[in-house]
Design a binder for this molecule. Structure first.
Ligand code: SF4
Length: 251
């Protein structure tokens, strides 16, 4: 199984630069206003709400709405220890742009040390079980700690991102984590996300311009070809119907 991409980006990904027509901007303004109302109402009904910011373009839209509107929603992020350098660069730019300090959750060091010693530094390529075990210790367990005691959480998922998200509701009950879950960008298109980003000069990950529409850990993410599913570059060696990291599986 190849663990590197043969795609050498030579131009800026045009998907990140939609034509900023008046109708597109008006549509995005209207949808952003709806999100603000949705989250404001949610904050009035549920006192403890967190937003899990993965620094995707979608999550940067929500970060911008939450911080600019001063919504009482706490932001946190998961640092798996295997993120691309461009994501750490974005973290620093987010702190400077919004004059804030990020709250990061890291994996339990004992778990990582045991996993690496037992299976190897890149064992997630060896089997789906080892990949899921890595995602559990680096993402799912830290997420569970971050969500402990919360009434609800917010994500930047969109229905159009993957077949696993096709029927994504704006609000659902997260059975796995036992709390409410809001997916305010569920019906947004990729074009609308980028229109918002550029209209509001929102900082974003430079990898998006190099054909990485979906960015996770460095060893498990690669650029995609034009026309490919936006999640095709994540765990590309696995069945597309089943590849999620475990953060968004309701059971
Ligand atoms: S995306 Fe890859 S490196 Fe990151 S936690 Fe999952 S398996 Fe591990």
């Amino acid at each position: 199984m190849s663990t590197t991409s043969s795609l050498k980006p030579s131009a800026t990904n045009p998907a990140t630069r939609p034509e900023m027509t008046a109708s597109l901007i008006a549509n995005v303004d209207s949808k952003a206003e709806q999100i603000w109302h949705l989250l404001k109402d949610a904050c009035e009904a549920l006192p403890r709400i967190s937003f899990a910011n993965s620094f995707s373009a979608e999550d940067m839209v929500l970060t911008d709405i939450i911080l600019r509107k001063a919504l009482p929603i706490s932001l946190f992020s998961l640092d798996t220890g295997r993120l691309p350098v461009e994501t750490y660069d974005l973290m620093a730019r987010v702190e400077a742009h919004y004059q804030t300090k990020l709250t990061l959750y890291f994996p339990q060091h004992i778990s990582v040390e045991d996993y690496v010693k037992t299976h190897g530094i890149n064992a997630f390529y060896d089997s789906i079980d080892l990949r899921k075990a890595c995602c559990f210790m680096r993402k799912v367990e830290p997420l569970q700690r971050a969500l402990a005691g919360q009434d609800a959480w917010v994500t930047g998922m969109r229905a159009a991102q993957a077949s696993t998200r096709a029927s994504l509701p704006v609000r659902e009950y997260d059975e796995g984590n036992k709390l409410e879950k809001f997916n305010p960008l569920s019906d947004w298109t990729e074009q609308e996300v980028w229109a918002y980003v550029h209209k509001h000069t929102v900082p974003y990950n430079q990898l998006h311009e190099q054909f990485y529409p979906s960015i996770g850990c460095a060893p498990c993410t690669r650029p995609i070809a034009m026309g490919e599913d936006v999640r095709a570059g994540r765990w590309w060696w696995e069945d597309p119907l089943n590849k999620e990291c475990g953060l968004h599986v309701n059971k």
